[in-house]
Structures are given as structure tokens and as C-alpha cells.
Design a protein. Structure first.
Length: 197
């Protein structure tokens, strides 16, 4: 199976974070909440993701909403292309990211609220990506993140809308499970309690 040479990393950071706001107060943005990283250094949640992904993928796009000014500034400081949309839907975010990088030969999809995915997990999924398959971080609790889509799935990703994620594209015939001994592949930040190691 041929390797992917020019993928694009997509960081999805357009969600509203309602459950986090219910606990932390109206207006609290979980992406900007202080979080102690895998290296022990405190950064915001989304900056931990940007830091951990590092330069695993040369081309990187962050999808967010226009009012998230600090998220946009952080992404630009890390060398990301920022794409804006007016929707919090996962499907809309994914489609918008792919539309912004149509010439990529694959997409490494990462969530902006998963600050504990290790650099090693990002690298392993990236290395296993191929045009005809979906590479998924996988561990003791099943499928996690990130997920790498080969270019064969471009049109299906472009058909996503609203809050419809890409899980419906998962089928055993084209799935490749990437073994990751890394609990971070399951840890997203939904509530303030999730920020604690």
C-alpha cells in the first residue's frame, strides 16, 4: 500500500463547550482553560494539542469560529492556517477543513479539546496513513483519536454536515487500527474536572 506523502493535519476547534460552561460559568471557553501538559508545563487546552502535534505533519489547519480570537492567535503563532466557519457541528468542521486543503492526500484529524494525546500517538497514526484506508488510534478501550483519512475518503468527508461526524465512514474493510498504549487518545475535556491529570 502506498504511503501518504502530503497529508494535512486538521484541528477541529469550533465546538461550543456547553457542558464545560455549565460547570465553569457562562462564557468559559474550555479550549483556553489552563491545563498541565504531558511535559508538566501549563498551557491552555488547545495549545497543548498544538504543542503535542508539533511538526508531525507539515501542513496544519485549525478550524474554529470567528469570535474565538485567542484560539486563532495561538494557532497562527504555531504556524497554522486558520479556517473560520459559523457552525459548531463536527461534520461542518470536518468538511470545512477538507475544503480548505483539497490538494492534500490525506487528513490527520485531531480534536482541539484533547490535550493529552501524546506526540508519539500522533506520529504513529501519521506513519500508518495510506490513501485507501482510515487509520485509527486504538487501545484497551477501543477506538480513540487521532484518526487519519486517506484521500480515497475525500468526497465522503466533503458530504458531512451539521453535527454528523465521520464515524459512519468506519468499516472494517478499510480500517487500520494503530495500537497506542496511551490513555490520552480517549481523554477529551468536557468539564473542568477533566483538566486534572
Amino acid at each position: 500500500m502506498s504511503a501518504i506523502t502530503a497529508p494535512c493535519a486538521l484541528i477541529l476547534a469550533a465546538g461550543q463547550g456547553r457542558r464545560f460552561q455549565e460547570a465553569a460559568g457562562q462564557g468559559a471557553d474550555k479550549l483556553l482553560a489552563p491545563c498541565s501538559g504531558l511535559d508538566g508545563i501549563e498551557r491552555s487546552v488547545v495549545e497543548q494539542v498544538l504543542h503535542n502535534l508539533g511538526d508531525t505533519v507539515e501542513r496544519r489547519v485549525l478550524v474554529t469560529r470567528a469570535h474565538k480570537k485567542q484560539v486563532i492567535q495561538l494557532a497562527e503563532a504555531y504556524g497554522y492556517e486558520v479556517v473560520l466557519l459559523d457552525s459548531a457541528g463536527m461534520g461542518d468542521s470536518l468538511r470545512t477543513g477538507v475544503e480548505a486543503s483539497l490538494d492534500a492526500d490525506g487528513w490527520l484529524v485531531c480534536l482541539g479539546d484533547m490535550p493529552f494525546v501524546s506526540p508519539g500517538a500522533f506520529a504513529r497514526v501519521r506513519q500508518c496513513m495510506a490513501p485507501e484506508r482510515i487509520s485509527i488510534a486504538h487501545g484497551a478501550r477501543g477506538h480513540g483519536h487521532p484518526v487519519g483519512f486517506g484521500r480515497t475518503f475525500r468526497e465522503q468527508l466533503l458530504s458531512l454536515q451539521g453535527d454528523q461526524g465521520a464515524r459512519r465512514l468506519f468499516a472494517e474493510a478499510h480500517m487500520h487500527l494503530v495500537v497506542c498504549d496511551d490513555s490520552g487518545i480517549y481523554r477529551d475535556v468536557d468539564r473542568p474536572d477533566d483538566l486534572v491529570g
